[in-house]
Design a protein around this ligand. Sequence first.
Ligand SMILES: [Zn+2]
Length: 312
Amino acid sequence: MRIMTGLLLLVVFPLAAQEPMDRPPGKRVVITIDDLPCANCAEGTWDQMTDDLLRTLTAHRVPATGFVNENKLYRDGVLDSARYRMLERWLQAGMDLGNHTYAHLGATRTTVAEFRQDVVQGEEHLRPLMERHGRALRYFRHPFLQAGATPQRRDSLNALLAQLGYTIAPVTFDNDEYIHAYCYEHARRAKDDSLMRHLAADYLTYMAEAALFHEEQARGFFGREIPHILLIHANALNAAKLDALLTWFEQQGYRFISLEEALKDECYTRSEATTRYGFSWIRRWQLAAGQKPPWPPEIQPEVQQRYDALRN
Ligand SMILES: [Zn+2]
């Protein structure tokens, strides 16, 4: 039996090694997590959220990029050293960090000068922190994915970001996960375990639908798989459910890659349509090509209604 196994190994391995070098790279996705250190997190939970996210990312060998809002580092106007150290832990865990502006101002409703101020203020602590860890601050993520509502404004913002040394981090796997997350955080504070379970299940169903939709749109547009970029937020919902979400991607055949690797793909050199909204870059490319793409899946009505009621 041992001889048989040895023979089998000899047969299997040479075959695997002979696969053509130009084999398509298959399904790949970058995990990006916005609004660090923590989005809408309750006092006293920030450390645990950070631990949970980093432990899950590490367990799944994900080279994630987190995008920081520096105003969240302050408490009552004073820099909070514990929150600052949370960012340090992301770097120590091997993750990358990018600038998501200081105060999360959307580009659609600000002047270029106001936007510039928010970008520059957003790197005050982040850039020296990364340099101390031998890392360079490279990536920028637009708040609300608002990248300039007109071609002129987009070009001004792009020139500004390039001048400040930033590479823009687009999003293809866009979603409205913050709606589930808002309801989940509310249920968590109310200690409503049953509602938390329902929301988490709805969240995973919705995220799968959204990813499959964008995957199909990209495949239809490019005629191949592109390296996708997922946007989620650093919140209690993902602290609890990131493991299940990453497992779903693995089951779909996805491999987790870095932002740097994804952005080498030529799809990210295409110019996109401008919009005042936070569309997926796939939709922007489709619109720029004169297409009329379908709308992505909507949040479950029950969850949307719950969110609307909580916000009012
Ligand atoms: Zn954000």
